[in-house]
Ligand binder design. Structure first.
Ligand SMILES: [Ca+2]
Ligand SMILES: [Ca+2]
Length: 277
């Protein structure tokens, strides 16, 4: 009985730790929200943009996996930033600007929206049925370390490329903290060759999102700059007549940590075994 309780508490601690650790990777606090104009009714709940991006959404009455053709759309999943609107969120932890290898492709932050690729239903299943447009509603992404000095992201927009994909090509869960290649931002998605299968394949296990590199920023005076870290993200929409939707904002996971850790653990075990022998 005592042992069971101990194991139970241990598991509880483990799962609590897991939840807390996972949460820190996401936007965790609303600093400011102004809906702006042209916002769909009911889509003004800014807390929908906090924590983990959506993995499932309703489709004709049943839960289905979020994908590049099936975006999150429920008003507890996304918040709209209309024309003249603004959403400022604090990240759950400091987001560092790293290059390879700590951050794949040098991408530091991922902004998830609800864009999707559009294909002609009349031409059959989406696996090989090519995209002819997307539902993008681009909004500016700004970042700040101190909530005073803001810098605009120059390499991508929110609620544009890339649509969210919750499962990989094998149907396994995508990694929402692993960035897609930023080369995909300049890909010609509508050249008649891109459909579900090859799109998901080039995501390479990432879940998509707008891939932000903190080395590709501009100051208010237009000068190119970078930041070594940020704590705040602002989505602003002076561009689009349509409201942009935000699902979540994630810090990219640092790659080498587990490798270093496993390296240390391996050597610790190796030395311990030698000592015991
Ligand atoms: Ca970077
Ligand atoms: Ca949208």
């Amino acid at each position: 009985m005592g042992k069971k309780i101990t194991i139970g508490i241990f598991c509880l601690l483990q799962s609590t730790f897991f939840v807390v650790a996972a949460s820190n990777d996401w936007a965790s606090e609303i600093i400011e929200y102004t809906s702006g104009e042209n916002v769909p009714f009911g889509y003004t709940n800014a807390s929908a943009a906090l924590w983990h991006a959506s993995g499932i959404t309703d489709f004709e009455g049943s839960n289905t996996a979020v994908s590049v053709i099936n975006p999150p759309w429920q008003n507890n999943q996304i918040v709209s930033v209309g024309t003249g609107g603004k959403l400022i969120l604090k990240m759950g932890k400091r987001v560092n600007n790293y290059d390879e290898p700590e951050h794949p492709f040098g991408i530091d932050l991922l902004v998830y929206g609800n864009t999707f690729f559009v294909y002609d239903y009349n031409e059959g299943l989406p696996e090989t049925n090519t995209w002819y447009t997307s539902s993008e509603e681009p909004a500016e992404i700004w970042v700040s370390a101190d909530l005073t000095n803001w810098f605009i992201v120059t390499n991508c927009y929110a609620d544009a490329l890339l649509p969210t994909q919750s499962i990989d090509i094998n149907g396994e869960p995508s990694d929402y903290l692993y960035p897609p290649s930023p080369d995909l931002l300049s890909n010609d998605w509508f050249d008649g060759t891109w459909s579900y299968s090859n799109t998901v394949a080039v995501y390479d296990g990432s879940a998509g999102g707008a891939p932000v590199d903190l080395s590709q920023l501009k100051a208010a005076d237009g000068e190119a700059t970078n930041l070594s870290y940020i704590n705040y993200v602002k989505i602003e929409n002076p561009i689009s007549e349509n409201a942009a939707e935000i699902d979540a904002i994630a810090a990219v996971a640092e790659i080498p940590e587990p490798f270093y850790l496993s390296f240390i653990i391996y050597h610790f075990l190796f030395i311990s075994r030698k000592l015991i022998q």
